[in-house]
Write a protein that binds this ligand. Structure first.
Ligand code: PSU
Ligand code: MN
Length: 315
């Protein structure tokens, strides 16, 4: 571990929690957490419980958690419990992706950050790992048209040197195209103890990852080297334990109904993912919520283990 004290970077445009700031400055491991899953991915009170459980899992590894969001127009790295509770409970929290950070600041809005926006803010705070549930990706096309809704997550993964721990992506997305896009962007897709890309509620999509790794130490080395040679983001994909996973038919039925409902309601753009998630929770009688919670907490723990290894290498 390094004794070099890095300069303080908290300023008017970026508020960093003192505990996080101190850990970053002294080279101690920190894991950031995304907040869109709190405000738009899960319903109250499961969202609050999950956010707190994820922070707790990170602390149990001796690592400092830093939940990231935009609070009254101020990008904030390391939210306290009452802020997390507000993000979970209020229904006026915006969803900020990469393009929205400056806008939310100027308009003094409170916003949850997507993977893309969280990457930008984590980088600004010198944090190199964060945990989430699933990443955004390429949505299915309208029949007869080329897919046009592509998440900014994929672009930011290509250009921001952050390790993102996730359970893959939901197969509400076009997963083969999402993986192709990640390849084009130069993003390594590492399967943690698996050769296939996980599909969030399902432990496997059947699609191959770019490499399998079995230990946090291997992952940390791969990421440090990737970054050293000018690489951007890297994905570490951890499959959900089978005890919590949905079955294939359970998933297929829920997805079918959710898609039909979305078509009837005519939802578009940033509202698509939250709408589908809500529908899927209803159609699985909450089993998707238990799965979602388990995978987020598990990802947070793996991120913490990897952050410890990375701090060793970078030290
Ligand atoms: N996938 C989920 N749950 C989520 C998200 C994705 O299963 O809550 C969120 C993440 O924050 C991700 C964002 O970064 O949605 C992607 O949104 P969009 O497709 O609008 O870029
Ligand atoms: Mn989109």
């Amino acid at each position: 571990m390094s004794n070099v004290v890095r300069p303080e970077i908290s300023n008017d445009w970026l508020r960093i929690h003192p505990e996080v700031q101190q850990a970053v400055q002294t080279g101690r491991p920190v894991v950031a957490l995304e907040s869109t899953l709190i405000s738009h991915g899960l319903p109250w009170p499961v969202n609050f419980e999950t956010a707190i459980a994820a922070e707790q899992a990170i602390r149990e590894c001796g690592v400092v958690p830093a939940t990231i969001a935009i609070w009254h127009g101020r990008p904030t790295v390391g939210m306290d419990r009452s802020m997390i509770e507000a993000l979970a409970q209020r229904n006026d929290v915006a969803k900020a992706s990469r393009r929205d950070i400056g806008t939310m600041m100027a308009l003094r809005k409170t916003a949850a950050t997507t993977v893309a926006a969280t990457m930008a803010l984590a980088k600004a705070a010198n944090i190199s790992i964060f945990a989430t549930g699933g990443i955004g990706g390429v949505h299915h096309a309208v029949p007869g048209e080329a897919p046009s809704d592509v998440s900014a997550d994929l672009i930011d993964l290509g250009r921001t040197p952050i390790l993102v721990v996730c359970a893959g992506a939901k197969n509400i997305l076009n997963l083969p195209r999402t993986l192709e896009w990640l390849e084009t962007e130069g993003v390594p897709v590492i399967g943690y103890r698996t050769r296939t890309f996980p599909a969030f509620y399902l432990p496997s999509s059947g699609l191959p990852v770019s490499a399998r790794m079995d230990s946090a130490a291997e992952v940390a080395l791969a990421f440090a080297a990737h970054r050293h040679f000018g690489g951007g983001g890297m994905l570490l994909c951890r499959p959900l334990e089978s005890a919590f996973a949905l079955t294939e038919p359970e998933w297929r039925n829920a997805w079918q109904s959710a898609r039909d409902a979305a078509e009837v309601a005519g939802v578009q753009g940033a509202a698509v993912t939250p709408f589908l998630l809500k529908q899927i929770a209803e159609h699985t009688q909450g089993r998707s919520l238990a799965a979602n919670q388990a995978l987020i907490v598990g990802n947070a723990r793996l991120a913490a283990e990897t952050a410890i290894e990375l701090a060793r290498i970078s030290g």
